[in-house]
Design a protein around this ligand. Structure first.
Ligand SMILES: Nc1ncnc2c1ncn2[C@@H]1O[C@H](COP(=O)(O)OP(=O)(O)OP(=O)(O)O)[C@@H](O)[C@H]1O
Ligand SMILES: [Mg+2]
Length: 250
């Protein structure tokens, strides 16, 4: 289980997260929606401590971190439990697909090279890239690079994977292949938090949807409730602006 309690984050005088409370059950897929600037990326980055929250508590499984007191050891422990998939992939450009996946296993998990290689190959096969092990990011399409990013996150066997708009940098024809991979791993029961603008996908894959605005959670619930019968005016306005995406179908 993941439990965020009172997460706050300020940049100077600008408070961009105003006390976020969120519980995600093990194996659950949560989609986070909200307008630009509402704090979605900042929240994901805080969960992985790429940004230091100003206040609050992060619990992942049996590990709890108090953001006001966290030391290096705590941050390391937290990062071992969560992995991030970035909007812009963030692969090492001078490393092959396989090396991108095995790097964290060798450096962070101290796995031996042969074992890391085996796991890397297995995961790249799983995301449909068994034929691209030795390709460099510049030789891969955006969709393929993002699938390497997903394999890299899976490799660390985190308790939760955090996706920040994983398809928004992609050409439309490449979106489906990445969403298909995410949907497939979601079925395996991996806990996921996904920031996405793909409403059809969110409706389809997420068991729980969260709408954020102005650094707060305005409304959350099951997809059928939130999309079908939103209660808050701000949610209604937002959903009206973002028409359901007919582009993604099963
Ligand atoms: N490093 C930073 N320094 C100062 N302000 C920042 C920084 N990062 C984000 N912000 C501010 O925090 C607010 C929330 O930004 P964030 O990137 O989390 O929004 P978002 O919901 O992910 O938006 P988008 O949908 O455009 O990705 C914005 O007002 C942004 O300008
Ligand atoms: Mg963002």
């Amino acid at each position: 289980m993941i439990k965020l309690s009172g997460i706050r984050k300020s940049y100077g005088r600008n408070e961009v997260l105003k006390g976020i409370d969120l519980t995600v059950e093990k194996g659950e897929v949560v989609a986070i929606l909200g307008p630009s600037g509402s704090g979605k990326t900042t929240l994901l980055r805080c969960i992985n401590y790429l940004e230091k929250p100003s206040d609050g508590e992060i619990r992942i499984g049996d590990f709890t971190l108090d953001c006001r007191r966290a030391g290096k050891k705590d941050i390391r422990a937290l990062r071992l439990r969560s992995a991030m998939v970035f909007q812009q992939y963030n692969l090492f450009s001078h490393k092959t697909a396989l090396e991108n996946v095995t790097e964290g296993l060798i450096v962070v998990k101290k796995m031996n090279k042969e074992e890391a290689r085996k796991r890397g190959i297995r995961l790249l096969e799983k995301v449909g890239l068994g034929a691209k092990l030795d390709a460099y990011p510049s030789q891969l399409s955006g969709g393929q690079q993002q699938r390497v990013g997903i394999a890299r996150a899976l490799a660390l066997e985190p308790e939760v994977i955090l996706f920040d708009e994983p398809t928004s940098a992609l050409d439309p024809e490449l979106v489906g292949e990445v969403l298909d991979v995410i949907r497939r791993i979601a079925k395996e029961g991996i806990t996921m938090i996904i920031v996405t603008h793909e409403m059809g996908f969110a409706q389809d894959v997420a068991g729980h949807v969260v709408f954020m605005d102005g650094g707060m959670i305005v409304e959350e619930g099951r997809p059928s409730e939130l999309f079908g019968n939103p209660k808050e005016e701000r949610t209604k306005q937002f959903l009206k602006r973002i028409a359901p995406e007919p582009s993604y179908s099963i």
